[in-house]
Design a protein around this ligand. Sequence first.
Ligand SMILES: Cc1cc2nc3c(=O)[nH]c(=O)nc-3n(C[C@H](O)[C@H](O)[C@H](O)COP(=O)(O)OP(=O)(O)OC[C@H]3O[C@@H](n4cnc5c(N)ncnc54)[C@H](O)[C@@H]3O)c2cc1C
Length: 407
Amino acid sequence: MPPLDLPAVPLTGRSAAEIVATELASFSGDPVAGSPAFRGGQEAADAVLAHLDITGYAATRNEVWPPQRRGASGLSPFIRHGLLTLPRVWEHVATAPRADREKFRDELMWQEYSRHLYARLGRSLRQPLRYGVDPASAWTHDPWDRRMACIDLPLQELADTGWLVNQTRMWLASQWTVRGGAGWRAGAAHFHRHLLDGSHAANLAGWQWTVGSATGRPYAFGRWQVERRAPGLCQGCALRRACPIASDPAPLPAPPVDPDPRLRRDPDPRLTAGPLTPVHRRRPERVLLTMESLGDDDPALCAHPDLPVVVALDPALLTAWQLSSKRLIFWLETLLDLAARRPVSLHLGPARALVDAEVAVTFAPVPGFTPLAAGAAVLHPWPWLVRPGPGPLTSFTAWRRGLGTPG
Ligand SMILES: Cc1cc2nc3c(=O)[nH]c(=O)nc-3n(C[C@H](O)[C@H](O)[C@H](O)COP(=O)(O)OP(=O)(O)OC[C@H]3O[C@@H](n4cnc5c(N)ncnc54)[C@H](O)[C@@H]3O)c2cc1C
């Protein structure tokens, strides 16, 4: 087996936090600490799914505070890294009460929609889809006023745990953009830095949704939502008598922009979706895992059970992102968990530097995967919930109209 050119990070005999503290500290600006709410790894993902009960989900998914009222599943860090695939989660809730099952599966479809968007548009997803202003526009003050309890609570939770319910993501994103007037790119970068489930696909789609870039209708959160979803929170707020979100702001409709023509139609859906069946070019000697698919169900991992596993972390990207140590620890916990079942080596460098080492790899629907696809010895299909087609992605509704039934 040819040696690998990239330097290896020793994994054996050390905890995830120790590895991050000694090998990766320069890529993260905060004190090294894992999330008290989530542990990485297949074992943790399986345990969370085994205990998942979505009865009541439709009514409680949007609840924020106190935490025991929340109906959200908390699966997102595992779904984001392929520890739980969307088809597996979809099947898992097959016998749940109908209204809850439909609402929950609808949210899984939002995840799939954001993956389709990012797979097709790639980095263009950083630009407004059909309406909007410059996402990088400057602002004069920090729109996240921490005297507001509804802003301070989620910012603190994000810093402490690396996770937020959907509702508070919407509040923060709306306060940043629609109410605060700041360009969304910096807010999205803050989310990406801290969220354990941070993905360019869902994060960019979430900010696009908040500013109304698909519909021209921005989302402006107001006090009534806070009182409904987090009863009692306003009573302890320093600004309760001068609440800046007491009235609806009647946000200005966003101006139309020239949309990327691929939003309406994909000229090459096969390229977007990746292969339908495995593409065998040469005999593989290793399995390469990407951050999109770190789970035991990874198609390449399953198809080559006797091969060692390699993973790359790119210092250039890590330097640019400056992720919270919680994210890095979540990744390391996941790799250490896998290392209990398979030989795993972690390398510092771009994944494309490992592709020449005769790897089998699963297609990933992100632009960073493109340089890897052609060089792989074996390329396995991505486990789509619904395989991307050529139809419109102009809105979630338009996308769903053009689809068949998943599963
Ligand atoms: C501004 C903003 C940024 C976001 N950034 C991310 C991100 O980086 N990564 C991420 O996975 N999600 C993101 N979301 C979507 C959503 O908020 C989270 O997926 C959800 O809150 C995760 O919690 P949960 O697992 O308990 O979700 P549940 O409500 O239990 O839903 C189950 C699963 O469905 C998917 N899902 C639910 N809602 C959405 C949604 N609106 N869009 C896409 N998928 C969804 C997730 O995979 C989730 O785990 C963002 C939303 C907004 C408004």
